[in-house]
Design a protein around this ligand. Structure first.
Ligand SMILES: C[S@@+](CC[C@H](N)C(=O)[O-])C[C@H]1O[C@@H](n2cnc3c(N)ncnc32)[C@H](O)[C@@H]1O
Length: 182
């Protein structure tokens, strides 16, 4: 049901969603496995869609950890709200990821987990969001991002010195996962 909700909502504005199908459990595992869950207290998710990754983050998070989850599409925001079942560790916001630095002090975040569709976003906006992701992360903080083609490799490695690129065929479409450390 959640997958069909994703498809229906995505089709209304594919230029904002950048995908027609929610992430598979295989992609979610590749994206979330590199996170140091034992020490991650402050976590950000960018682009929740129907909340499939949000739910998986909450399953892995410490009881005392806090997640701020960003989603600009109101229908997706509601689908995420339904999926997190009132988990008080998660704050959902309809702010755009482009305002990260207004909401989080520099050097305050342990991990940023992003599904933002960089490939279809304005170039200046991509650069601005990536700069802010780097700014809000603590030294040693982690940035996880997936993409359907590794087109942002240079942009990401310019900002982050330690980057590992992984891949899974088991997603629609197959996806690349960047695991970066500040
Ligand atoms: C590819 S979908 C990923 C959905 C879900 N996380 C998943 O992996 O199945 C990207 C999501 O990013 C959201 N999005 C796009 N631009 C955004 C922005 N500037 N700030 C926050 N969310 C944004 C879209 O509305 C969409 O829900």
């Amino acid at each position: 049901m959640a997958r069909i909700d994703f498809l229906r909502t995505a089709m209304k504005d594919i230029t904002q969603t950048g995908s027609v199908w929610e992430s598979s459990r295989f992609l979610i595992r590749k994206l979330l496995d590199p996170v140091d869950w034992a020490s991650a207290e402050t976590i950000i998710e960018l682009g929740t869609g129907n909340g499939v990754i949000t739910r998986a983050i909450l399953e892995r998070m410490n009881p005392d950890a806090r997640l701020t989850a960003y989603e600009i599409n109101p229908e997706f925001l509601e689908l995420t709200r339904d999926r997190i079942l009132g988990d008080s560790r998660c704050t959902l916001t309809d702010e755009s990821a482009e305002y990260l630095e207004d909401l989080h002090p520099a050097g305050s975040v342990h991990a940023v987990i992003s599904s933002l569709p960089f490939a279809i976003m304005d170039e200046a906006l991509q650069e601005s969001i990536l700069r802010q992701i780097h700014l809000v992360l603590k030294p040693g903080g982690q940035y996880l991002q997936y993409q359907y083609a590794p087109t942002k490799y240079r942009m990401i490695t310019r900002r982050f010195q330690r980057v590992r690129l992984d891949y899974t065929l088991l997603n629609i479409p197959p996806a690349f996962v960047y695991s970066c450390t500040k």
